[in-house]
Design a protein around this ligand. Structure first.
Ligand SMILES: NC(=O)C1=CN([C@@H]2O[C@H](COP(=O)(O)OP(=O)(O)OC[C@H]3O[C@@H](n4cnc5c(N)ncnc54)[C@H](O)[C@@H]3O)[C@@H](O)[C@H]2O)C=CC1
Ligand SMILES: O=C(CO)COP(=O)(O)O
Length: 443
């Protein structure tokens, strides 16, 4: 049993599972035999690192059975993927721990030398995951070059604000490694997603993005979870599945990189809205309305920017939206809750002291949607409350009075012929709106 398991004793009443079964039956990494990648793995890596290979569109049923076959071969031939995880926050640590527990050769890069020393000594991440013992095979380093050299896959789990800088720093050491983003955000001022930044900075590399309902603390507790690896490269998808998949963590595949990435980035906006709604003690109907209209906004935005709307029905869309909109473990939810309790955005961010990507994403998406004329009423409303000091109640009422629209616009497109009626209703209620529109109105 791994040291992580020793600490996490079984408590099924709280949903806390040990991974006794995994350790004993699923992954039996034989360290002594694992120094070199197996033939199968070497093949996967070779294919993954050759540009163009594996980029064809595949019949999903064939992919499913191929994945299963490959997974089986990998299970039958214990392998040692060489992985680097960059970013020692809660998510980078949780994912690195999963891979180490699966028998991969894993180094977690943390920029602070003293933190590396402390993690090596205690095998815990005291700041971001206090109380969770990490796998004793996990290695730590603050030497970026040494960490990324001679690796098969480099996973980035730094905040979006540090993503480009981190890629620039590793660029000199990239030879044939693949890169996978775990980051859920957008670059400030450029609206670039992490995959866009990878294409800018490392145009030759094979890359993927991973996203899904993956609250780090629940993963550390071995609560069953699932995620999505999206890449144009089939071999890379398989390699990531091999690295992270276990009885507690299922890794599904997709080739809609944009859709998967947008799901992870956009849901943070609505987690803030939902945290705020929770502070106002709204009912279940209201939460359901907010969640569902959020999904409509996300998929509309996705389609306008090149994603497949069906992707938003998957784990990285509705799955992650649900997880972060319903849990105080979500930092974005907590930010919303603090805002709803009357705190300013700056004070809330300071109090949180961790990454909450939604704070920046609201601004990016508000600007982009305004510029491109994409209908995103919840995002605009949230922007008005947070950045234009509008009263939340007045803004919420305004949202409720918006015109008649169809439910699922991909099933029945909106009927714009009722615009006149909508305008009349809005004119009739505008006096009330004006009264409620600013915080000085005595809301
Ligand atoms: N925590 C979670 O449950 C999940 C987080 N994510 C995403 O993962 C990304 C990272 O988030 P967390 O690990 O939760 O953040 P965190 O707030 O727990 O930690 C951030 C880490 O990044 C490091 N960092 C900050 N600036 C850096 C820089 N310039 N260079 C190197 N390292 C730097 C910090 O020192 C810290 O170790 C975010 O985009 C987040 O949305 C995705 C899924 C789940
Ligand atoms: O993305 C997450 C879970 O899937 C984590 O959400 P927060 O960044 O809001 O904590």
């Amino acid at each position: 049993m791994t040291s992580a398991n020793k600490d996490n004793t079984a408590n099924h009443s709280t949903g806390d599972f040990t991974d006794k079964t995994t350790a004993q039956t699923e992954h039996k990494p034989d360290i002594s035999n694992n120094e070199k990648p197996s033939g199968l793995l070497a093949g996967i890596i070779e294919r993954a690192t050759k540009s163009g290979v594996g980029r064809r569109k595949l019949d999903p049923s064939i992919v499913e059975s191929d994945v299963e076959k490959n997974m089986q071969k990998i299970r039958d031939n214990p392998t040692k993927l060489r992985l680097a995880f960059l970013g020692g926050g809660s998510f980078g640590t949780a994912m690195a721990n999963l891979a180490a527990r699966n028998g991969c050769d894993v180094t977690l890069w943390v920029r602070n030398k003293r933190t590396v020393k402390a993690m090596t000594k205690t095998q815990t991440n005291k700041k971001y995951l206090p109380g969770y013992k990490l796998d004793d095979r996990l290695k730590y380093s603050h030497d970026l070059a040494a960490t990324v050299k001679n690796k098969d896959i480099i996973f980035l789990a730094v905040p979006s604000s540090a993503f480009r800088e981190t890629l620039k720093n590793i660029a000199p050491f990239i030879t044939g490694q693949s890169v996978v983003s775990l980051t859920k955000g957008m670059e400030k001022d450029t609206f670039a997603l992490m995959s866009d930044i990878i294409k800018d900075e490392l145009p030759e590399v094979n890359f993927g993005v991973m996203s899904g309902p993956n609250l780090a603390i629940e993963i550390m507790k071995n609560m069953p979870s699932a995620t999505v690896i999206a890449s144009d490269s089939e071999p890379l998808r398989h390699a990531v599945q091999a690295a992270l998949h276990s009885a507690f963590f299922r890794v599904f595949a997709s080739d809609d990189v944009k859709g998967v990435e947008l799901g992870g980035a956009l849901k943070n906006i609505y987690a803030i809205a939902m945290g705020m709604a929770a502070a106002y003690d709204v009912g279940e109907n209201t939460k359901a309305m907010l969640l569902t209209r959020a999904l409509a906004e996300m998929s509309r935005f996705g389609v306008e920017t090149g994603a497949n709307p069906l992707t938003f029905l998957g784990l990285s869309g509705v799955g992650d939206l649900y997880a972060t909109c319903s849990s105080e473990l979500s930092r974005n939810f907590r930010i919303g809750n603090m805002l709803g309790s009357g705190m300013s955005i700056d004070a809330a961010v300071k109090k949180l002291g961790q990454t909450a990507e939604g704070v920046n994403t609201i601004q990016q998406v508000h600007e982009k949607a305004t510029k491109e004329g994409i209908y995103m009423p919840i995002t605009h409303a949230l922007y008005a409350v947070i950045y234009e000091d509008k009263a939340a109640l007045g803004v919420a009422l305004h949202l409720m009075e918006a015109g008649f629209r169809s439910d699922v616009e991909f099933v029945m497109p909106h009927d714009h012929s009722n615009a006149e009626l909508t305008a009349q209703i809005q004119a009739a209620t505008s006096d009330t709106d004006d009264d409620n529109a600013t915080k000085g109105s005595g809301e």
